[in-house]
Write a protein that binds this ligand. Structure first.
Ligand code: 13P
Length: 340
């Protein structure tokens, strides 16, 4: 069992590859579709995700896809289950298993992720359906007097309980403690909060006996708040993020797959490339992007069959750019060269 999770985790962070986060919940995918003026329906969600999953050549850069419950059990237009399609391409299917971030009692403005009740049973069903790994996202907000210790500890504890259950089921846990970019805080404050959150997360993972070799960490980058008047540049973000991870993440963890968190697609790529150019590091540094991999593709698709070819081209382009960032080989010039 433990050897099995180790080898899945290794494959998820394989050199040159990263993870596509396509696990938007019903409200989130509806929001993304609304941004292109498309209503969310089961058929359109299927068509959109099928477009991404069947992009020829993307499997060279994509090791795994995080799915939402509906998609794990869904079939493509020709009746082939998505799980079978992904497996045939050598892409690992994964599943988001948390039940979302809810208000934390007694702590206005803060969230706790729910979903532990009944999780063991759900994990068995997901494994039976072909999932090889899982994801649980905790949300930490920076603001006036927050995050509180209560929020950091409750979320780290839930992440560790989830990770232990996932490994028990033979599934790799993606442990995602996301410190949000929202707010006017400085990069220094983000570094301080991210450090506190990661220290507590690995403390709780150790208490619950989670096997570090069989997990993947999915953190935020250390970055200026979205509305901070001073925005740290790419090299500053890369240096602060690598420093924070070096101080908090044991070398036994095989890989760190960043979320994009609202960064523009190119900036998310630039940051990852700069960090890898600073290597070698004790862990693989890769991507597990949602918006930063999908945004141009979603726009090019536009909700109709006529947009599928352009949507696939846009997705392949971003996957390739992030594949290059895995070795620090990306440059801005490549964006234009590859599109032309
Ligand atoms: P973003 O890259 O859009 O932040 O999504 C990643 C993800 O899976 C968030 O849970």
């Amino acid at each position: 069992m433990s050897k099995n999770v180790d080898s899945i985790a290794k494959a998820m962070v394989a050199p040159g590859k990263g993870i596509l986060a396509a696990d938007e919940s019903f409200p989130t995918i509806a929001k993304r579709f609304a941004s292109i003026g498309v209503e969310s329906s089961e058929t359109l969600r299927r068509d959109y995700r099928e477009m991404l999953f069947t992009t020829p050549g993307a499997e060279a850069y994509i090791s795994g896809v995080i799915l939402f419950d509906e998609t794990l059990f869904q079939k493509g237009a020709d009746g082939t289950p998505f799980v079978a399609t992904l497996e045939r391409l050598g892409i690992l299917p994964g599943i988001k298993v948390d039940a979302g971030a809810k208000d934390l009692a007694g702590h206005p403005g803060e969230k706790i992720t729910e979903g532990l009740d009944g999780l063991r049973k759900r994990l068995d069903a997901y494994r039976e359906a072909g999932a090889r790994f899982t994801k649980w996202r905790a949300v930490i907000t920076i603001g006036d007097g927050i995050p509180s210790r209560a929020c950091i500890e409750a979320n780290a504890h839930a992440l560790a309980r989830y990770a232990a259950l996932a490994q028990e089921a033979g599934l790799v846990p993606i442990v995602e403690p996301e410190v949000l970019m929202d707010g006017d805080h400085t990069i220094e404050r983000c570094e301080q909060v991210t450090t506190d959150v990661l220290v507590e997360t690995f403390h709780q993972l150790a208490i619950q006996g989670v096997r570090l070799e069989g997990m993947v960490l999915k953190p935020n980058m250390v970055i200026s708040g979205t509305t901070c008047p001073v925005q740290a540049d790419v090299d500053t973000v890369a240096a602060a993020t690598v420093r924070t991870l070096a101080r908090t993440v044991p070398g036994a963890v095989p890989g760190i797959a960043f979320l994009s968190g609202g960064q523009s697609d190119e900036l998310a790529t630039a940051h990852l490339s700069a960090m890898n150019a600073m290597g070698p590091h004790p862990w693989e540094l890769t991507f597990s992007y949602g918006r930063a991999l999908q945004a141009p593709s979603l726009k090019a698709w536009g909700g109709s069959a006529e947009g599928v070819a352009a949507g696939k081209a846009a997705f392949l382009h971003r996957a390739k750019m992030n594949g290059l960032a895995r070795t620090g080989a990306w440059s801005e010039a490549m964006e234009a060269a590859s599109v032309a």
